[in-house]
Design a protein around this ligand. Sequence first.
Ligand code: ADP
Ligand code: MG
Length: 251
Amino acid sequence: MNLVHIENLTVRHGGLTALHGVNLDLRAGEIVTVVGPNGSGKSTLLKSIIGALKPTSGKVNRKPGLRIGYVPQKLHIDPTLPLTVRRFLSLPKRVSNSQAAEALEQAGAGHLDKQQMNSLSGGQFQRVLLARALLCKPELLILDEATQGLDQPGSAAFYQQIEDVRRNLGCGVLMVSHELHVVMAASDRVICMNGHICCEGEPEHVATAPEYRALFGTGTQGALALYRHEHNHSHDQGCDHDNHLRDAAAE
Ligand code: ADP
Ligand code: MG
């Protein structure tokens, strides 16, 4: 069976419909990337999959006993709190030294165990979060904008690490990213969202789809088009959903 099978998922936050009519399957060992403008429901989809948000309607079916490792979009740690990486990994649940060492090694952070959390660089911090997500030996690893705030070499190195993790653990990976060029290279499948799934498929297929181009433009300018899109709705042919989001917000 697939890791996750989603049927006609709709999620509302109060009066606002964040997601509607989403159908999606996640298969073992596959790297799937979700792209879409800010507010297009990417985090809502991920939180629905881990079970942190309840569907308003529709269904999220997980393989029974599915182990999910989750790297959240934001994690604030009080910078005045003395906390080593090793202790952080034992919160909230105690793990053995060998479990901690193995997870850090898999995340490319084997040398960081004695460091203070507040002394880590952005890239090191993300690897420690990745290590924490690997403690449960996930069959599905979910990352929400894990490379936010990293420079380009830093995020390229992080994606490389994710591919290594996938190879070593054989886990499926679902991640949200804004770095379209990197995403295109690293993913088996790309899902383009704007309140619902606009288009999906192999990266080459999605990159040439009119729905994707309406959101992201073409070529390396895509990331810029992403931000323009939110202010200029004349780009929308083929993707009517931010109208949908506006309408839902106005309801
Ligand atoms: P993305 O991750 O693509 O930026 P989100 O899934 O975080 O988008 O949000 C989708 C929409 O739902 C946005 O309009 C956002 O403001 C709204 N939203 C998200 N979480 C909540 C919440 N807890 N309460 C109310 N509205 C929310
Ligand atoms: Mg988000």
